[in-house]
Structures are given as structure tokens and as C-alpha cells.
Design a protein around this ligand. Sequence first.
Ligand code: ZN
Length: 297
Amino acid sequence: MCQRSSCREIWQQRPQVRRKPATGFIEAPTGPRWIRASMVVTAAVFSVLAASAEPAWPWGGDDHRTIGMVADLLLEGTPTGDKVSGVLGGATLSEASLWADCAKGYCHRAPTAEERAFTDQNPRHHVFHYTDVAVQQPGYRLGAAGTAPDDIVQIATTAIRVLQGRAPNNAPATLNQRSALWLLAHLVGDLHQPLHVGAIYFDNSCEQIVDPNVAGAGQPNFGIGTTLASTRGGNDLKTGSTSSRRNLHGYWDSGTVTGAMRLVDIRDKSIEDFGQEIVENAPPGWQTAGDLETWPM
Ligand SMILES: [Zn+2]
């Protein structure tokens, strides 16, 4: 297997994404529509941050808290909002959206007894947060390279079923109504982060980006980690100059959110103000169509 550093060098030499000078927006990347959609939404943010000299953003959960806040604002004063508050024992979705990461230890406090119980019951909870579908694929299909029976799509679907009172017997996660709700509040955010759902793979020379469904066909786990190199959800991809190099995954998780706040002139990182701004200026067609159960796909 090739050295990861080789892949990094190749990635850093990649052709630069072209920009539209009139608006500052980055052109929509090529690739499956399901990945393109979320990338286009944040493309303007990316272009702003590309010009920034700020070195790095620590994980702060602003992304998840903002998404939870939008839901809190939309549900305020509704029967559903009251029900959500009851299930969460008075906590908000903005607060609860962090608990799945806190259970992993990615938090500014120790895991609570509830989070520890969740991890005890779900020892593979670390993998609940992503799926690694090759970017060449037109969409998600369980069984394809990078997918798993307990990946984010399967777990989000399970959480929805638990909340509907239709928990399957052979569920890939052990959830009750409360943990299903706080897990789903978190996974909604992860699902919309392109590097949590799409993945780039290299061949064994690190010279070609390949689709493991083709290049690794017939091999155990499609050759991922043996004859093909994964870029681990963008964690092995670096962006920026040598002096301010950033992990692309972390950049999407935190940098783009900070940039989006700057775009609407929120300088104090107020999650409530940012959520309000999004609710008041919701992009057209944001509502998800179709049966709830199909939604995570
Ligand atoms: Zn996550």
C-alpha cells in the first residue's frame, strides 16, 4: 500500500477549483448530485475562507448546535416542540445535538452517565457518524464499497423508526426514544457534511483516484486499506499553504461554519442569532420530500 504522504502530495497538486469572479462562488464540483447539493450550499463560505489567513479552528460543535437551533426555532410553541422537550427532559435540540460526539469523548467535558451507557450498549458507535461512498457512485447503495450495516444512513433510519415506535428487532443500534432523538439531531448535521458521506480513494501507487467498486472488485473489503488507499473522510487531505495547512475534514466541520457566520455579519458566534438568520432566510426548497424512512438516503 502506498504511503499516505504520497497521496497528500498528489492532492495538494490537484487542479484548483475555478471561481466565478462576479459572485465569488466556487463552481459546483462534478460528482454525484447528492454530494453536489450540499457542496453548493457551502461553496460561497468555502471561497471566503480560502482567502482567510486564520490557521485552524478547534472543534466547537457550532455546526451541530446551529442545526439544532434551527429545529428549535421552527418547533417553538408547537405540540411537536413540547413533545421533543419532554423526551429530552427540557434540553433543547441545539444542546442535545452534541451528545453523540460527547459520547465519543469529543467534548469539552467528560461523558455523562447516559452517554457512557449509550457507548456501552453500542460499542461501534464511532462508525455511526459516516459512510464512505466513493465519489464516482451515483448514490448510496448498502453493500457498495465504503458502506456498512451500521453506517450513518442505516443508523439514521433506525433512529427514525424508533421515534415512530417501529424499532426493528435486528436494529444495528440499541436506542430508546431519547437516545434516538439526540442521535438523530446530531446525524442530520453529519449527513450534510460531504466528507461524512463521500470518499476519495487512490490506487496502490497513489497516482490515480479510483472507484474501489471497480478497482477493488472481488477483493475483501474492496481492497480498501490493502491495495487501495482511503483518505479517511478527508482527514488525510490537506488544504491551504504549507504554513497554514488544514485537515479538509476539520475545515468543513468548523471553518465553513465560522465563515458562514461572517457572511451574515455574526461576529460573536451567537448560535441563536445564526439560527434565526437561517430561519428568516431559508433557502428555497429546503424541505425534504418523500417518505421519512427514505430521507437519510
Ligand atoms: Zn458526528
